[in-house]
Design a protein around this ligand. Sequence first.
Ligand code: PLP
Length: 371
Amino acid sequence: MDYLADRTKMIDASGIRKVFALAAELKDPINFSIGQPDFDVPDPIKEAAIDAIRKGFNHYSQTAGLAAVVDRLKAQVKTDYGWDNPPLMVTDGVSGGLLLAFMSLINPGDEIIIPDPYFVIYKHVINMLGGKCVYVSTYPDFKLSADKISAAVTDKTKMIILNSPANPTGAVYSEEEIKAVVDVAKQNDIIILSDEIYEEFSYDRKSLSIGSYYDKSLILKGFSKSYAMTGWRLGYATCSEALAPLMEKMLMIQQYTFVCAPTPLQMSLVEALDYDMTPYVDSYRAKRDRMYNGIKDAYDVAKPGGAFYLFVKTPQQYPNATEFVKKAITSNVLVIPGNVFSEQDTHFRISYATSDEKIDAGIEILLSLAE
Ligand code: PLP
């Protein structure tokens, strides 16, 4: 297949897809592999999108987004970070923002520090652009270690990627952890990219944003998870004036690639930002407790503070996580092997974004697999 570009050799099929292929044969499995909430977009937010289509918001928007939406988001950023009129653009999901940021920042050979385990997209897109991922292990408790990050810095380090609350571990970084890493970034003049897509799903304390601590942070926020609108492809990128040239380049690349985020769906954000999602988050906190309490005596697992995942150590009778996952699938439970999110295959990811009945039934099976 000589016609394919070299960069296609730098990626392989997502391990999640492989699990889905195996799982396709199952009837009514207990699906703990899903990376999106099990609730639907609240009705008033849907109505706002439908209304926007009816009112004719069906054309391209400006590259950065509809002015009314951008203004509303800037007001939010002003409240959260105190930045007046910050650089900001609406993106096609956080994935869109990641691609624009990586294309604007990464030269071949540049090193990007990524806490391991990590969200899958980072690795593959960075590799495609010729960047070098430098993984810093956060096992076994998934806390950020500034010392380990500092030891990984070289003169080629371009960026550190942080993701809190995190996929796949559910870890929520403390102020102390964030400040220590910010010190390392400041000393070495390194940009931090902060993926805050799970911001709303922080169960024990408010999720802290890196942007409040460091002016060279690029902040990516998303709506996919908080409003269960993964198919609407909406997020935004913002930063302080210190990174304004970066945002300008991201806008230019958006102009020649995505063009804009879906216009009528952008309109729904004005409604969404004022909509109280607390009851949904409360129900997910209860699911977190249900899942964690259900398996904690049988499995080695850190209690996650956010997102909707647990990252669990594979019982020692299995040689690795992939073998465990195969066994789980034959027992009708879908989970994802850790090597999809990590350079090691010792853990598996559970998503508890499903009904309480499924969680209870899945706990029973998981307990039997650990015996
Ligand atoms: N970042 C993290 C950590 C995620 O888990 C996901 C989705 O699973 C994304 C980004 C991408 O989200 P979006 O739907 O906004 O592109």
